[in-house]
Design a protein around this ligand. Structure first.
Ligand code: PRP
Ligand code: URA
Length: 207
C-alpha cells in the first residue's frame, strides 16, 4: 500500500523544499523534519515491548518500540539526512547503507556498495527521498529481500506516480509512506514539479 501524508504542515514543508533558494543546510533540515512526520505515521500501530529502565519511582518496567530490532537502511547520498532523522527519534536503531547511482543518460540504477547489519527477522525502514523511475528503490528492495527481514517499510519524500506504481507492483507486500506524490516524470526521468536533484541540493554539488 502507498500512504501519502495529508497534513497541511507537510505540504508547507514540501513547498519550502521546492524553493531553489533553500540552501543545502536548510534543505537537509527540511528533509529531516518531513522524515519525522513519516516515521510517526508509519509506526503509529507499531507494537510496543516491555523495557526495563532505571526510573526515579516504581519497578522500572515501561513500554517502548523495540528499537534494537529496527534497521534503518539509507540509499546514498540523498537518503543520509533521512537516516540521521530516524535515528534521532529511534536512537537505538541500527543503520545500514546502500549506495545506488542512477546513470543520468540511460536512467538505469546500479547498486555499487552495501553495508547492512544482520537483517534476518528484523524490521527494515528503507529511506530515500526520491522515487523517480523506481529503479533505485526496486534495486534496494531486491537486495534487502535476500537478507530475510520480517518486514520492510519504505519512507520517501517525493515520488512520481509511475515510479511508485513500478515499485508497488514489483513488491505489493511493502508499505510505502510518502510525503507527496507529484505529477509525472519529464523526458530526463526527473520528477515534475519535484525538487531537482536531491543529492546535489543536499550536498552543494552539481553532478
Ligand atoms: C536519486 C534519489 C534516488 C534515485 C531515484 O539518487 O536519491 O535514489 O535518484 O531515481 P530512480 O527512481 O529513477 O531510480 P541518485 O542516483 O541521483 O544519487 P545521489 O543521491 O548520489 O545524487
Ligand atoms: N533523482 C532526483 O534527485 N530527482 C529526480 O527528480 C529524479 C531522480
Amino acid at each position: 500500500m502507498i500512504y501519502e501524508l495529508t497534513n497541511p504542515v507537510t505540504k508547507t514543508l514540501i513547498t519550502h523544499l521546492r524553493d531553489q533558494r533553500r540552501d543545502a543546510i536548510r534543505f537537509r533540515h527540511t528533509i529531516a523534519e518531513l522524515t519525522k512526520q513519516l516515521v510517526y505515521e508509519a509506526l503509529k500501530d507499531f507494537p510496543l515491548v516491555e523495557k526495563e529502565i532505571v526510573p526515579w519511582h516504581g519497578d522500572g518496567h515501561f513500554h517502548a518500540i523495540d528499537e534494537e530490532n529496527i534497521i534503518v537502511v539509507t540509499v546514498l547520498r540523498a537518503g543520509m539526512p533521512m537516516l540521521d532523522s530516524v535515528m534521532e527519534l529511534l536512537a537505538n536503531s541500527v543503520a545500514g547503507f546502500l549506495a545506488i547511482k542512477r546513470d543520468e543518460s540511460t536512467h538505469e540504477s546500479h547498486l555499487y556498495y552495501d553495508r547492512l547489519p544482520e537483517c534476518k527477522g528484523k524490521t527494515i525502514l528503507l529511506v530515500d527521498p526520491m522515487v523517480a523511475t523506481g529503479g533505485s528503490m526496486k534495486d534496494a528492495l531486491e537486495f534487502i529481500k535476500t537478507k530475510k527481514p520480517s518486514r520492510v517499510i519504505v519512507l520517501n519524500i517525493i515520488g512520481s506516480p509511475e515510479g511508485l506504481e513500478a515499485v508497488s507492483s514489483a513488491y505489493p507486500d511493502i508499505d510505502i509512506y510518502i510525503a507527496q506524490i507529484d505529477e509525472k516524470l519529464n523526458e530526463n526521468k526527473y520528477i515534475i514539479p519535484g525538487l531537482g536533484d536531491a543529492g546535489d541540493r543536499a550536498y552543494n554539488t552539481t553532478e
